[in-house]
Write a protein that binds this ligand. Structure first.
Ligand SMILES: Cc1ncc(C[n+]2csc(CCOP(=O)(O)OP(=O)(O)O)c2C)c(N)n1
Ligand code: SF4
Ligand SMILES: [Mg+2]
Length: 296
């Protein structure tokens, strides 16, 4: 080491960021940036063709990911990332389509789209950053807030049962389901890479801290204390029955790959149906979009 800064050494994920958009809006200690780092590393490691990749987000703190990645990305309306992504995938089946959004966006307002995309086995890779609340709007109780948590809308504690997301999406038909926390950066990057190898509806839940709204109100400490908490509370349970992996306020956080199976995806089933019913009249759809199609 000669004491000089080596300017050749840049952070390997930097090329994936729109640096001109920095500084970002996320609070210090927020977990969303960590998930993005893992996502970028998964792209590097799995050598995914970036020209054939689209990323779709909804609205929320997590939804801002779409604005910060140097990829073809779309920041859609609240709860509508999955239908938007479905349209992209159907129009251009060669695309790898990633949906990257929050628990509220994907599973509350967008919950109906989530279960039907899983049922249809649309070939999407869904990354759900679950900070257990609606963060962007002030920390309201969401569909994933564990009972007895304090939130802005439940100052005396929530009491309603929350969704167990891995169980929900498996029951609806997902072919790949995993959960990690922002402490498990390597495992998360590996899972995202695996999802790129799957054809069908893949769902990765990432338990992520919102120090500003959830951690603070629930006296869970700062970002570093939350990492220690995640380390202490998580237990790797690959292959665990998803009905057993629901979250509770201070209980174990089961992490791992829970589901990895295969069944025909939506477009394969559609083609098979048309071939069967149309016989020789079936014409393979062209993926070329002509100028007339675009302009008409
Ligand atoms: C139709 C509609 N309803 C409500 C809102 C307000 N809103 C914006 S973000 C959000 C919640 C986002 O929560 P989540 O998806 O968990 O993202 P987070 O901010 O926690 O990352 C809500 C309710 C909106 N933008 N549009
Ligand atoms: S409010 Fe919470 S989720 Fe949103 S940026 Fe801040 S720490 Fe992250
Ligand atoms: Mg949220």
């Amino acid at each position: 080491m000669n004491g000089e800064l080596n300017t050749e050494l840049i952070n390997p994920v930097e090329p994936f960021l729109r640096s001109d958009r920095m500084p970002h809006i996320w609070c210090p200690g927020c977990g969303i940036g960590t998930t993005m780092n893992c996502f970028a590393r998964a792209l590097i490691e799995s050598k995914v063709d970036l020209q054939a990749l689209a990323l779709v987000s909804g609205i929320g703190c997590t939804g801002r990911v779409a604005g910060y990645v140097r990829l073809d990305s779309f920041h859609t309306t609240h709860g509508r990332a999955i239908p938007f992504a479905t349209g992209l995938k159907l129009a251009n089946p060669k695309l790898n389509v990633v949906v990257y959004s929050g628990d509220g966006d994907l599973c509350a307002i967008g919950g109906n789209h989530l279960i039907h995309a899983a049922r249809r086995n649309i070939d999407l890779k869904v990354i759900c950053v679950n900070n257990l609340i609606y963060a962007m709007t002030g920390g309201q109780t969401s569909d994933t807030t564990p009972a007895h948590s304090i939130t802005s809308t439940s100052p005396y504690g929530t009491f309603e049962p929350s969704f167990n997301l891995p169980h929900l999406v498996e029951a609806a038909g997902a072919v790949y389901v995993a959960r990690w926390t922002t402490f498990h950066v390597r495992q998360l990057a590996r899972s995202i890479g695996e999802a790129f190898q799957k054809k069908g509806f893949s769902f990765i839940e990432v338990i992520s801290p919102c120090p500003t709204l959830y951690q603070r109100r629930n006296k869970l400490g700062d970002a570093l204390e939350t990492m220690k908490y995640y380390k202490e509370k998580s237990k790797v349970r690959n292959g665990a029955p998803t009905r057993e992996v629901g979250l509770s306020i201070n209980g174990e956080i089961a992490v791992g790959k829970f589901v990895d199976c295969d069944r025909p995806d939506y477009q394969t089933m559609m083609r098979e149906q048309f071939v069967e019913s149309l016989g020789p009249r079936f014409v393979e759809p062209s993926l070329e979009i002509s100028a007339e199609t675009v302009c008409s």
